[in-house]
Design a binder for this molecule. Structure first.
Ligand SMILES: [Ca+2]
Length: 204
């Protein structure tokens, strides 16, 4: 593409005139060189896009070949684990971080919910399982790994911020393992001792 067609003509003419004077070349030569440089830049940009696409494919292949640690269950590009431990929200998050690099309390996405339900059904005996959802400073709900919060499968009547003890608040979320399928999340106090669902991400 001629530079005359890619930027305002007046600016190009002024640049060509200046370059012509500064370099001692004829304006036609300057235009020819600018045209060649423009074409080279376009070629390099195309090559960069091609390399970026190749890197994306290689990253996807690398993620696909990674494996979960022993005892962890793979769901999509993450691994999930129910340790034979219990803890408060903060304790559980620390445990998950110690169990695997990048480990954290689990995030439940609609696409992975059914598979995670199955993992919880075959793991442990604890009725309530901590996950990484908590009430943030704005009063909304946030996942501890920063994932976007979409539809939350709350149980019937939840969240109700209805603690049994006076003075407590229900600022953390647990998975009620024995509730009906599909809607098992309830808000509950963060300091209660519950089971734990950890997650580590293979693509990290
Ligand atoms: Ca509740």
């Amino acid at each position: 593409m001629s530079p005359l067609k890619s930027v305002p003509g007046l600016v190009v003419l002024l640049c060509v005139a200046w370059l012509s004077v500064a370099s001692g070349h004829e304006p036609r030569e300057v235009i020819d060189k600018l045209t060649i440089i423009t074409a080279q830049v376009a070629t390099l940009a195309h090559r960069f896009d091609t390399v970026a696409d190749d890197v994306t494919v290689l990253q996807q292949l690398l993620t696909a070949t990674r494996q979960c640690p022993g005892g962890w269950h793979r769901v999509e590009n993450s691994c999930f684990f129910v340790p034979n431990l219990t803890g408060s929200f903060n304790t559980a998050q620390s445990m998950c971080a110690r169990l695997a690099p990048g480990g954290h309390l689990a995030t439940i996405q609609p696409s992975s919910q059914l598979a995670i339900e199955h993992i919880l059904e075959i793991s442990g005996n604890t009725s309530y399982i901590r996950i990484g959802l908590f009430r943030d400073d704005d009063g909304g709900w946030s996942w501890i790994d920063g994932s976007s919060v979409g539809r939350i499968p709350w149980g019937a009547g939840e969240p109700n911020n209805s603690p049994r003890k006076e003075g407590e608040t229900e600022d953390c979320v647990v998975w009620a393992r024995l509730w009906a399928r599909g809607a098992r999340l309830i808000d509950a106090p963060c300091n209660h001792t519950d089971g734990i669902l950890c997650q580590m991400d293979l693509g990290a």
